[in-house]
Design a protein around this ligand. Structure first.
Ligand code: GLY
Length: 334
């Protein structure tokens, strides 16, 4: 039986390890045992159209393919990861915001446009000030913390608490997020994100909300248990400071859309770093010798976990890269 080492126990490393175990490989995951990964902050939106920019066709294709694989991935992993298919609403506060949202709709898979009153029928807690929006029935959500807990449980003692400073011998997958740069020299940089967690009675909101608010973007992700995740800032910085002004901005944008959020308890402010690459698409594939890299998922680590896990597990087993990996080779910047 082939033995594989996975360096990194975030959602990408664990998902790859889990898929490899299910394909009959003997796997050890080295992880620092903490919650340093981007997954710990992530809201868990599975929104393939919302997280790319113009001109990223290959990435959009990969996101769409992974969204397609999420229901099966979630079903195999179990009931307890908060997979929810209620869909998402794009919500624009001003007419300028609505014009911006419409430009995005023209580019992405077209959502179902909704008037302000149709939006408020679906989501009565929305402010009467909102101008319009759209429904995205195919955008789902999952709870990343519960997903990581389920993956850790499924892998059991295959996950070993160990900080790795050099690449281990033998077949290895480096899935170390921002730590990939120090291990490999590949260009993965930290992109700071602040995310808030609020808590109230369940049922205030039914959908994920992608907000366009006075030229700013905010997302509001309600969980079944009353938690509401509000995010996120995006800064080219490596520090972990929770800036008061950034909290204020996020809360102002969120409460402009859903005024009642101001009544909820603010339970958590969390900063983590998205692993970004020069083109903000992931590094996926053989890097050198026995080493495969799966890192740099930037804003899309949770969404891309299933397709990354499947394609990397197949690559480990067969040595042949799936055509879907062609645009994401780790060496493309050298
Ligand atoms: N995918 C959401 C974020 O990175 O903030």
């Amino acid at each position: 039986m082939t033995a594989l080492t996975v360096v990194g126990g975030g959602i990408i490393g664990l998902s790859i390890a889990w898929r490899c175990v299910r394909r009959g490989l003997r796997v050890t995951v080295y992880d620092d045992g903490g919650d340093n990964g981007a997954w710990f902050a992530a809201a868990g939106m599975l929104a393939p159209a919302g997280e790319t920019s113009f001109g990223q066709e290959a990435l959009t294709g990969l996101l769409t393919e992974s969204a397609r694989r999420w229901p099966g991935f979630a079903a195999e992993l179990g009931d307890d990861i908060g997979y929810d298919r209620s869909g998402a609403l794009d919500v624009a506060l001003t007419s300028d915001d609505l014009a911006e949202a419409r430009r995005m709709w023209a580019y992405s898979e077209r959502p179902e446009p909704l008037t302000a009153s149709e939006l408020r029928e679906r989501e009565p807690a929305l402010s009467p000030r909102v101008r319009g929006g759209a429904f995205r029935p195919g955008d789902h959500q999952v709870d990343p913390r519960r997903t990581v807990a389920a993956l850790r449980a499924a892998l059991g003692d295959a996950v070993v608490a160990k900080r790795v400073s050099t690449i281990p011998d033998g077949p290895t997958v480096i899935a170390a997020g921002t730590g990939t740069a120090a291990l490999t020299g590949l260009p993965v940089r930290p992109v700071k994100g602040l995310v808030l967690r609020l808590r109230g009675e369940p049922g205030l909101l039914r959908h994920v909300i992608n907000g366009y608010v006075d030229g700013r973007h905010v997302y509001v992700v309600p969980r079944a248990d009353g938690e509401v995740v509000v995010g996120a800032t995006q800064e080219e910085r490596a520090d972990t400071t929770v800036a008061a002004g950034a909290v204020l901005e996020l809360l102002r944008s969120a409460t402009d859309l859903v005024p009642e959020l101001a009544e909820l308890e603010l339970t958590e402010t969390v900063v983590r770093h998205r692993p970004g690459t020069p083109d903000n698409a992931p590094l996926l594939g053989h890097w050198k010798d026995d080493v495969i890299v799966a890192a740099g998922h930037h804003r899309n680590g949770v969404l891309l976990a299933p397709v990354t896990a499947d394609l990397i597990a197949d690559l480990v087993r067969t040595g042949r890269p799936d055509p879907l990996l062609a645009a994401f080779t780790p060496g493309r910047f050298t």
